[in-house]
Ligand binder design. Sequence first.
Ligand SMILES: [Zn+2]
Length: 401
Amino acid sequence: MGLTFEVSATTPAGGRRAALRLPHGVVQTPVFMPVGTAATVKTVQQETLEHLGDDGAGAEIILANTYHLYLRPGHELIRRTGGVHRFMSWPRPMLTDSGGFQVFSLAKLRKITEDGVEFRSHLDGSKHFFSPEHSIDVQIALGADILMAFDECVETPATWERTRDSMTLTHAWAARSRAHFEAHKHEVPWAQPPGRVPHSSQRHRDEWNVVPQDLTGKHQSLFGIVQGGMYPDLRRESAERLVEMDFEGYAIGGLAVGEPREVTREMIARSLEILPKDKPRYVMGVGYPDEIEEYARMGVDMMDCVLPTRAARHGLLFRTPEPGEDGTAVRMNIKRVEYAEDQRPIDPACSCLVCRRYTRAYLRHLFVAKEPLGATLNSIHNLSFYLDIMARVRSQLAAFT
Ligand SMILES: [Zn+2]
């Protein structure tokens, strides 16, 4: 079994409340997935991730980046440790991207052929090659619950012709990703009977390993990625081709790369019209608090973004609007002098671990003094804020049963 997706309520606007069952647990959707780039959600430890948010339910799924883990520490090392869940001691579901986005945005000297992409590591300049088959092999070794087909991310802006050619390549790569995945999915490290993975000691395994040991018979699920740039006709065509290939879920990629918000919204809407209603739909790399709320109401089930954690490390915090303020969130720059003696929590309406205990004055001091705890506390609040938005949307969607 890979995944099951049970929709319990749908609104006239298409928003849905559902449960996504994966080998490592159940994810209530719509969901926001914190990004754990290098097998860590930067500055936040796993125990804390499990208790984020108003309800204390924590992050039910997180994301890791294939490109980063492939380069360091290496996917074969992670395979030998039993997969990324055991490696980082994260018992809940995970998703890996295909590596494509980072190859096209971070790596140097790319050479793209029909076969794949040759690139140089942004770390040490070493030469590497990713094909759809290799990306799938790496993702099987990492062992996330959900993996993504390898895609080309076209530059922005790009002409219709250039975007169509790139999309056509992405479709060929999606078919190859699918075929390779079906032939090799049984090789995921945790699909083996328990006892195969060496542990430093029996005591360690029994007392400290929080990750389920026996997932025999369960396997990963592969999502296809809709591309098509900023062209509605190409987005529809891309969604149609991918649906013909019959993936277990569908992502919408190549958005939030600098285009106006109305364009992002339209590309999502055109894609959602085509994608099946009984499968999970994931918009990659979005967004601000008001965006994730809006897209969830349109029928997007999953989203991820580095924004809440990256902003937190730069001292940018989100809080609930007060009477007279509009929108989903108000942005606060914690380094401002006006917070130097402010005894309120970041967000008086938030009951996260940070807002229950610390003042704006203290968080400003940590930030100004460049204390690492500042980045941690800011990240915990911003992630909680994002998870609370999704919890609120889920309870509103549930009313439409
Ligand atoms: Zn908070």
